[in-house]
Design a protein around this ligand. Structure first.
Ligand code: GAP
Length: 511
């Protein structure tokens, strides 16, 4: 299959079916802003819940907050974003188009050297404007934060946060005190972040406004190789692309978390623990281990606050995309904010007094993950077969709706019966959608297309014998069961307590 057409087909279905679409379309909006429509919101919610389950609810020492997105300049002065959060910009002297130099270099298949060499690389490789024969200017740094003025008086400079993490650092003392937290403990946040990207591109991959799912895990540095749940994750296998592998142009190695730690390929147990949790989370959203690897960032790629980074990258035939970052931020942020604000961002550690904890940070991007889930779940139908339409084979936990309730026809009380069933399933806590317009085959196709897991048809057997038909999206097989069994069976299917073949074995395939 042509991979460009995969991207185009996924974007097309996103627009047609109201999954995701550009902001302010009717006014020709800026690039890099997208809205989630009714179907997209369901995917977004599911992804957030799965992330919360893995990174917050499965632990007893992680707390969640929700902070402001605009903060005073002092926050970003201390965090280093004012000075260090920039991209290298060049401009064409003819058409005035602006480009990120590292992207131009990358697109030509050249190795990206450090930022001091960009000018040389432009000149030596005779790189000109991609849009016209114009000459490109010397690089200059472009700070990616959106600046604003807070209130009517000029001079109150605020910035839209470029990462959610900063709220967590500046609120460290309050959260630690209010939750009577002791090390190790984590603070998580899901929220919007803003970056004035020079060239937003690749649909949902590089946006100017996006959501992050971040966790800052605060640890006593002397205990960083003593994760309390280490034995639960040490045998999990990951694909690791070390700096050495990258130098030699090698593929990622398959290695257990324990082996990676024992051979010092990762700096500490907490990094290992979160590599494992990220792997488990990816599997929960339907992206299996063989589709991604963890790349250790090279020295010149590591952010100003970090001493080690492992990016979870998905390798698509049309490019490699980082969807989750994992950074060892050390005590950088708490120290900087303590210095600049005068607040003591420390915690009492028994036997040691007040210490500044170290931070391990898994940081995921929601839109990138949703795009990755859609790209890896898109299945093409076979022309002239029983199914000639395309569909998403989302997992039960990711599917926008668990089931669609379809009256076979609108007449003879089938609409009313199906609607009653719809409310009954909703009251039971299932995510269901009601659909009665058009022929039944068209409705199957319509619901498959957006990845609804089951179609439930209310027909004459429902009216006369209390029987209902469930159709499985992936096999298109059906079973017929008593209506009163339906809510619990759907729940068991969605939670993977029961498989579709279990159901067929018990009730027989219905034709
Ligand atoms: N607090 C750490 C941090 O912000 P990052 O690697 O810059 O680290 C974390 O960002 C994640 O946020 C990335 O892995 C990516 O999924 C997402 N992200 C970053 N920039 C983005 C953008 N312009 N558009 C969409 N997602 C983005």
């Amino acid at each position: 299959m042509d991979q460009n057409s995969l991207q185009n087909d996924v974007i097309d279905v996103c627009l047609r079916r109201g999954i995701v679409f550009p902001t302010a379309e009717i006014y020709n909006s800026y690039a890099g802003f997208y809205e989630y429509g009714p179907v997209g919101v369901k995917l977004r919610e599911n992804l957030m819940v799965l992330w919360q389950q893995t990174f917050i609810n499965s632990e007893d020492n992680v707390h969640e907050i929700s902070g402001s997105t605009i903060m005073p300049e002092a926050v970003f002065d201390a965090s280093g974003h004012l000075d260090g959060f920039h991209d290298p910009l060049t401009q064409c002297n003819k058409c005035n188009s602006m480009f990120r130099i590292d992207h131009l270099i990358e697109e030509l298949g050249l190795e990206i050297l450090d930022e001091n060499s960009f000018n040389e690389q432009l000149k030596n490789n005779e790189i000109i404007c991609p849009n016209c024969p114009g000459v490109l200017s010397e690089p200059r740094n472009f700070n990616m934060m959106f600046k604003t003025n807070v209130g009517p008086l000029e001079g109150n400079t605020g910035y839209l946060r470029p990462e959610t993490a900063q709220n967590i650092f500046i609120n460290f003392r309050r959260i630690a005190h209010s939750m009577r937290a002791s090390l190790p403990f984590g603070v998580a946040q899901i929220g919007r972040a803003y970056r004035n990207e020079i060239s937003p591109r690749n649909f949902l991959m590089r946006l100017r406004e996006f959501e992050q799912l971040e966790l800052e895990m605060f640890v006593d540095p002397d205990e960083i190789n003593n994760h309390p749940n280490w034995v639960e994750v040490e045998n999990i296998e990951i694909n690791l692309l070390t700096r050495q592998n990258q130098l030699k142009n090698e593929k990622p190695i398959k290695i257990t978390i324990k082996e990676a730690f024992d051979t010092k390929l990762i700096p500490n147990q907490y990094i290992g623990y979160y590599l494992a949790l990220e792997t488990m989370f990816m599997e929960s959203i339907g992206i299996s281990n063989n589709l991604f690897h963890f790349r250790e960032l090279k020295e010149n790629e590591v952010a100003h606050y970090s001493s080690a980074n492992y990016d979870l990258e998905i390798v698509f035939p049309f490019g490699v995309f980082e969807v989750i970052g994992l950074a060892y931020r050390t005590d950088y942020d708490l120290k900087k904010h303590s210095e600049k604000s005068g607040a003591k961002l420390q915690i009492n550690q028994p036997g040691k007094g007040n210490i500044v904890p170290h931070v391990i940070e898994p940081s995921a991007g929601l839109s990138r993950l949703i795009y990755a889930v859609m790209l890896s779940s898109y299945v093409y139908g076979e022309p002239n077969s029983d199914r000639d339409w395309n569909w998403f084979n989302f997992t039960g936990a990711m599917a926008p709706w668990e089931a669609a309730i379809l009256p076979l026809m609108k007449k003879d009380g089938m609409s009313e019966g199906a609607k009653e069933l719809y409310w009954q399933l909703k009251d039971y806590g299932l995510e269901v959608i009601y659909d009665e317009s058009g022929k039944i085959g068209k409705r199957y196709a319509r619901n498959d297309e957006i990845g609804v897991k089951y179609c439930i048809t209310y027909d004459y057997d429902s009216l006369e014998k209390d029987l209902i038909t469930i159709r499985d999206r992936d096999t298109m097989h059906q079973v017929q069961i008593k209506i009163d069994l339906l809510p619990d069976l759907i729940r068991q299917l969605i939670l993977d307590i029961l498989t579709w073949s279990d159901l067929e074995n018990e009730f027989g395939r219905f034709k």
